[in-house]
Design a protein around this ligand. Structure first.
Ligand SMILES: *Cc1c(COP(=O)(O)O)cnc(C)c1O
Length: 363
């Protein structure tokens, strides 16, 4: 197969074609360097320039102030599930609050339990994670070490529109599957982390944005790699960082800045794309049954079920034949999941909408 499909994978996910072309054109030799990005030292001036540009792009796009460190790590968001409580739970603040709005939030809390006290501030497992809490629903401990939440639950397709209010307790956000989809008010957060392979690049790098005062909580007794303060003090070069993934992150953030025109524009575009699919679900509510309640639908992962497993298989087979790939939902929700991250073009979303329209008309 040599033609690209419209790839609705939840992650690793589709990347902008212009970025892939740029990687291809520079693969044998980075301009002026005489070697590929895969072959140069992380301490060489050309790589340091790339890493600094990636950080500067993130600071520019999200308006990150000097009160925050930006750290590039490996180990994916799963490692953050452990590093967050290891570093931020202390002898003074012995337990953390977790808001469970889907599978990833639950996984984060399960890992945190191994490191310290965990209180569940809210959990909607009973309705298979199809909704989000109002601030008044949250059972928060004012002495908690932090409050953790998952801004977009990739599997269930529920997404917060605004941050939960946590008073003086630092808010920690797993933003893995929505990172850079819209502007954020960083000052509301103690920390944000996101693995890159959903919306910001390839697998291999995880971005951590952390308020600098929180770095003081990291104990010297932690293994070096698991200590945020050490990474921040060493500009993410305490050990060899994932150089290729950081290079692609730099290209993706260039694309957001220069081709898209910033995160406000990206957000407008993402709202339009998601509306194309949700409008179709709403036009056929008996056939395409959305998983998320309407007011918490994700702009990134559109989840829905068909009336039977037979129809779901038929839908997926036909979609593959129409070059619409990776639409199978996660087994815990079933049905279909269309992941339409930043890099999914409107043409891909419209092709899926037309296929869905056709499919329902034929039943
Ligand atoms: C994908 C994902 C993760 C896990 O990321 P890994 O890089 O595989 O560890 C965690 N949280 C959310 C919200 C995700 O979408």
């Amino acid at each position: 197969m040599t033609t690209r499909t419209y790839n609705f994978s939840a992650g690793p996910a589709t990347l902008p074609v212009s970025v892939l072309e740029k990687i291809q054109s520079e693969m044998l030799c980075l301009p002026g360097v005489g070697a590929s990005i895969l072959e140069i030292s992380h301490r060489s001036p050309p790589f340091i320039e790339i890493a600094n540009a990636a950080e500067a792009n993130l600071r520019h796009l999200l308006g990150i102030s000097d009160d925050y460190s930006v750290i590039f790590l490996q180990g994916g968001s799963r490692l953050q599930f452990s590093m967050v409580p290891m570093n931020l739970i202390t002898d003074e603040a012995k337990s953390a609050d977790y808001i469970l709005t889907g599978s990833w939030g639950k996984n984060a809390a399960d890992e945190a339990k191994k490191e310290g006290g965990v209180r569940v501030a809210w959990d909607c497992k009973a309705t298979n994670y199809d909704r989000l809490p109002a601030d008044s629903d949250l059972d928060l401990d004012p002495k908690a070490a932090f409050v953790h939440y998952t801004s977009n639950e990739t599997i269930q397709g529920v997404q917060f529109k605004t941050e939960p209010k946590t008073g003086n307790v630092p808010l920690v956000c797993d933003a893995s599957s929505e990172f850079l989809y819209k502007p954020l008010d960083i000052a509301k957060y103690g920390m944000i982390y996101a693995c890159a392979q959903k919306n910001a690049g390839p697998a291999g790098v995880t971005v951590v944005i952390m308020r600098k005062d929180l770095l003081e909580r990291s104990s010297d007794k932690l293994p070096g790699y698991l200590n945020y303060k050490l990474h921040a003090e060493n500009d993410s070069m305490w050990n060899t960082p994932p150089t290729f993934a950081i290079y692609v992150l730099k290209l993706i953030t260039d694309w957001l800045k220069d081709d898209i025109g910033g995160l406000e524009k990206m957000y407008e575009h993402n709202k339009k794309k998601a509306a194309v699919l949700y409008d179709l679900l709403d036009a056929h509510p008996d056939f395409y049954q959305g998983h998320a309640q309407k007011d918490c639908r994700s702009l990134m992962n559109v989840t829905f079920r068909l009336p039977s497993d037979e129809l779901t298989s038929k839908f997926l087979k036909g979609a593959d034949a129409a070059n619409l790939s990776d639409l199978k939902g996660h087994r815990s929700v079933g049905g279909i999941r269309a992941s339409i991250y930043n890099a999914m073009p409107m043409a891909g979303v419209e092709a899926l909408r037309d296929y869905m329209k056709d499919f329902v008309a034929k039943q």
